[in-house]
Design a protein around this ligand. Structure first.
Ligand code: ADA
Length: 561
């Protein structure tokens, strides 16, 4: 399915979701392969993960996807892939056009000017864990690295001069003022007068003649959408913004809203919001991260029905189709770059940093206009307590702020007592597991208070605080009168203690993201608490069947919301 939010009505767009020719090549080096010799002997669905299908389950190696695309018109062709896991090479008519490192982000490939009409696209996809080739996906992470073309794909025909990037930022929600930045590119040198027109919900709000010089540039304009309804989690009103530059048109769906941090509170349009929700892994046993639309809808329904207004996209940038739905239903999203317990050595590795910077750029480019994305995150639970990590944090956070100064920045820290980078963030986010990894449920209030008190005494008193992970494992269906660890009762009791303490006994926290929405397959060894090879801390299991805690969370979140 094409995503709902961005449309290009003046371009020919061919939806490339559906079935592709497929070959699993296994332990083959991509450099030693001639793509024209590949024997395609199977079919694979896009979006989808090839290693979530029974034939290739658990296999790691090189795979190839092929599709012949009929493209109309003479314009330059652009192949857009919303997600490729996790290393790939793209060929058109046998020519290698680009490589891409890292899953979970949208990227595009501009085809050479002489490629038109029938185009044979072959994409090599490698899901092997190889720190050199792809330093962003490492074996020890607590999720399973599936492979494939896991998100949507399309081919577009670009006009001679096209809009390459669009950003629409609310500058003053009261006045309904927006800053619009239109980055354009041209196949030749533009050098001519053309028209820039911006219309909102069918009404032209700006029309002017602009002179474009060279082969790329950016135009920034302020517009006001008088009387337009605002976007908020309670009333997520969206507007269509149509930007036309010469022969190209970009139709974006926007929400007018400002996110601010005011002392310990997070404000949306001047009103304090209490963020109540979950961490969510984008995964399912049968599809890996290549979720069908029906499952995305089902996840959104379950989250909303539980009374959530918040999702942390743990631990990577979220699928555009999921964000479409979040925009529509008013779920606030923490969107973050891929990361899991990186060391100071990673943070000093140029290849790792380069990969992270690319993730930042690609994540922000793809989701900057989404009202649901209210904060940016990075580097889950990395070594932010070690001095040598700080330059890496500074660099990445600096890049986020340079790309988008309008949203608060945070990262999930599991070093509440000795973190050295929290001053770089707008929101303090802490992952902690009292009552699960050590200690008993009765000790949770004391542990949470200890963390909050320490942080407040060490420079964080004027910042909002989120518990960005907390939870307990429960095996679906295991109910037992003793209520020991791993039973549904234990999880229910632990979460009740957490939620009541955070929001009934105390008023310090701006939000909670429970770990976890749904059980998720992992590569972590079973022996360190991952029975079934799953992270079992979901309040629904991997098939979205509710555990006892679902009803508990539903009751408490509705009381608090
Ligand atoms: C960490 C990590 C999660 C998950 C969790 C757990 O906080 O960020 O991805 O591994 O621990 O279940 O232990």
């Amino acid at each position: 399915m094409l995503r709902a939010a961005v449309m290009h009505p003046t371009r020919n767009v061919v939806d490339l979701t559906g079935l592709w020719d497929f070959a699993f090549l296994g332990d083959v080096e991509p450099d030693e392969l001639s793509v024209t010799d590949i024997q395609f002997d199977d079919r694979m669905a896009v979006p989808g993960a090839f290693d979530a299908t029974p034939r290739y389950a658990g296999k790691r190696g090189l795979a190839a996807y092929r599709r012949t695309v009929s493209c109309q018109g003479e314009g330059r062709l652009r192949l857009v892939l919303d997600g490729l896991h996790h290393w790939g090479r793209v060929f058109a008519n046998g020519r290698l056009l680009r490589e891409h490192v890292g899953g979970f982000t949208e990227f595009h490939v501009d085809l050479p000017a002489d490629v038109h009409g029938q185009v044979e696209v072959i994409i090599l996809v490698d899901n092997r864990i190889d720190e050199k080739r792809c330093p962003l996906h490492l074996e020890y992470f607590d999720w399973y690295h599936f492979g494939g073309l896991t998100r949507s794909a399309r081919m577009e025909t670009l006009p001679g001069t096209w809009i390459d990037e669009l950003s629409v930022i609310t500058s003053d929600y009261r006045a309904r003022s927006l800053e619009v930045m239109v980055a354009w590119r041209s196949a030749g040198a533009a050098g001519s007068e053309t028209t820039l027109r911006i219309a909102s919900d069918g009404r032209v709000v700006l029309e002017e003649s602009v002179k474009l010089a060279g082969d790329s540039g950016a135009l920034s304009r302020s517009i006001t959408l008088e009387g337009a309804a605002l976007w908020s989690p309670d009333d997520p009103q969206l507007h269509q913004l149509e930007v036309t530059l010469g022969d190209d048109r970009w139709v974006e769906r926007i929400g007018i809203r400002e996110v601010e941090v005011d002392g310990q509170r997070i404000l949306i349009n001047g009103k304090a919001v209490r963020l109540l929700g979950f961490n969510r892994h984008e995964t399912h046993p049968q599809f890996g991260p290549g979720l069908p639309d029906a499952l995305l809808v089902s996840d959104i329904q379950q989250l909303k029905d539980m009374g959530c207004n918040f999702v942390r996209g743990s631990h990577y940038p979220q699928d555009a189709r999921f964000l479409d739905l979040c925009d529509e239903v008013g779920l606030c999203v923490w969107n973050e770059t891929i990361g899991w317990q990186q060391t100071a050595a990673h943070l000093n590795d140029p290849a790792f940093l380069e990969g992270q910077l690319t993730q930042v750029d690609e994540m922000i480019r793809a989701s900057i206009n989404r009202p649901s994305v209210i904060m940016w995150g990075l580097l889950n639970e990395s070594e932010s307590h070690i001095a040598e990590s700080r330059p890496g944090y500074e660099k990445l956070i600096g890049r986020i702020r340079q790309r988008d100064a309008s949203r608060p920045v945070t990262y999930a820290s599991n070093h509440p007592f000795d973190d050295r980078c929290l001053d770089l963030c707008d929101i303090i986010s802490i992952n902690t597991y009292p009552g699960w990894y050590g200690g008993e449920i009765e000790e949770i209030p004391g542990k949470l208070d200890e963390i909050a008190a320490h942080l407040d005494q060490h420079g964080c008193a004027e910042k909002p605080m989120i518990i960005s992970e907390i939870g307990a494992g429960a095996i679906y269906g295991w109910r037992d009168i003793h209520g020991e660890r791993w039973t549904e009762q234990y999880q229910e009791q632990l979460l009740e203690t957490v939620i009541r303490h955070m929001f009934v006994d105390r008023d310090r926290y701006a939000g909670l993201a429970i770990w976890l929405f749904g059980d998720a397959r992992t590569s972590r060894p079973k022996a360190i608490g991952r029975p079934r090879q799953f992270n079992n801390k979901g309040v629904v299991d991997e098939y979205r069947r509710p555990k006892l805690a679902t009803a508990l969370v539903t009751r408490l979140f509705h009381e608090l919301g």
